[in-house]
Design a protein around this ligand. Structure first.
Ligand code: HEM
Length: 387
């Protein structure tokens, strides 16, 4: 099956060495490329630590904030106590009424999309859907979603780089919401954080800020890129679109395959407390190593014909949402969104044509990788006979 995605840029290095000497924003960082190595490192917190402020994300964020993002900037066993605090929020997508609300959001956006001559998928579909669904997830008013839409596709980055002004605005926003919650804690994300305790001790203001900061950034461009790439895949692969329409039971495996191939977070950092050597690549004490989720997801020792986008791929043990102690808390939500988009698209959209587009690529001297579209214009024809 033909696919619209960029090819895996790591194939050769993964086979030959298993590690790629990268440089991100002037920081030398070897990237682990093989599935087994990435899984092993994700479980080895003593040698690949998350317990450092601002040094899990790439680029590093120790210059744009003074608090830790939580739970991600911690190591087990502390991580679980942090995860337990926000777990009730992240389990909400399991509830039937939550699913119904997501269906209604997608339906409303498709009503408009099907009327439009041209739909710009990123700004007119994926961004509003992500923001409104996040308002449902965090149990906040829909009016907040309109504020978040104004932030664009990332809460504090522009073109992949940290933006000091946007970063400061997000911190101000969180601060204001925490102040409001302190006076009158409700049942939303901020109320949960305000009431939370660990061993009887309330969270510090920095800890609350750190939880909210990750919640507003982790699931934004990742979800927007996934939805946009899924629409593009259907447009460029009418055969797969028809197959999903005739066999909707394939939608869950198509969703997993989309996440594998898109791998919206290509890599993430860990700090190595001790000097070591990784496949012949020296690592100094305190240096960071990148876990290459995207490369691992194309490892042919685990995924036969990894460059093929197979909507019926099973098993599909991809690492798009990470693995282990820090595995993605928003994965239920992201999966529900993509599944609902596919279900509604096959039920309501007939022919889908791309009218214009611009790729969104991560570009470094060592490799270039497509992660989404910065612009995708399509025309959606209603499915004849659809309601
Ligand atoms: C397609 C969408 C998404 C992808 C590909 C993705 C990917 C990931 C990955 C790879 C990790 C592991 C990080 C690590 O091991 O250091 C992670 C963690 C996390 N993600 Fe996501 N994510 C997505 C959506 C979301 C959403 C929608 C939210 C929230 C609204 C979210 C919140 C989080 C949080 C809070 C963590 C940290 C968990 C912990 O440290 O225990 N993510 N995500």
């Amino acid at each position: 099956m033909s696919d619209p995605f960029a090819k895996d840029p790591f194939t050769q290095a993964r086979r030959q060495k298993g590690v790629l000497a990268c440089e991100f924003g002037g920081e030398a960082m070897p990237m682990l490329l093989r599935y087994a190595d990435v899984r092993r490192a994700a479980a080895d917190h003593a040698n690949f630590s998350s317990d450092v402020l601002g040094r899990v994300t790439i680029p590093a964020e120790d210059k744009i904030r003074t608090f830790r993002q939580l739970p991600i900037e911690s190591n087990p066993p502390q991580t679980q106590a942090f995860r337990d605090i926000v777990m009730p929020i992240f389990r909400r997508p399991r509830a039937a009424d939550f699913k119904d609300k997501v269906v209604a959001l997608v339906d409303t956006l498709l009503d408009n999309a099907l009327q439009a001559e041209t739909l710009e998928v990123v700004s007119e579909f994926a961004l509003p859907l992500q923001s409104r669904a996040m308002a449902l997830l965090f149990n906040m008013p829909m009016t907040e979603a309109e504020v978040w839409i104004g932030w664009g596709t990332h809460a504090y980055r522009v073109a992949g780089r940290n933006d000091a002004t946007k970063a400061a605005q997000l911190i101000d926003y969180i601060s204001e919401k925490l102040d409001q919650a302190k006076d009158a804690p409700g049942d939303d994300l901020f109320g949960v954080l305000t009431r939370a305790t660990i061993d009887g001790t309330p969270l510090t203001r920095d800890q609350m800020t750190g939880f909210a900061h990750l919640a507003f950034s982790g699931g934004r461009d990742t979800v927007i890129n996934s939805i946009t790439e899924a629409v593009r895949f259907l447009a460029l692969n009418p055969g797969a679109f028809d197959q999903l329409r005739s066999t909707p039971t394939l939608i869950p495996s198509a969703v997993e395959e989309l996440f594998r191939v898109i791998s919206p977070i290509s890599f993430i950092g860990r700090t190595c407390p001790h000097a070591s050597d990784i496949h012949g690549q020296p690592v100094a004490a305190g240096q960071r190593v990148a876990l290459g989720w995207a490369s691992a997801n194309f490892d042919e020792t685990v995924f036969p014909d990894p460059q093929d986008m197979r909507i019926d791929r099973r098993p599909n043990p991809h690492l798009a949402f990470g693995i282990g102690a820090h595995s993605c808390l928003g994965s239920l939500h992201a999966r529900l969104l993509l599944k609902t988009v596919l279900e509604k698209m096959v039920a309501r959209v007939g022919q889908l044509t791309v009218q214009g587009e611009q790729a969104n690529c991560l570009s470094f001297p060592q490799f270039e990788r497509r992660v989404g579209s910065s612009r995708l214009e399509v025309h959606m024809h209603p499915l004849t006979g659809s309601p």
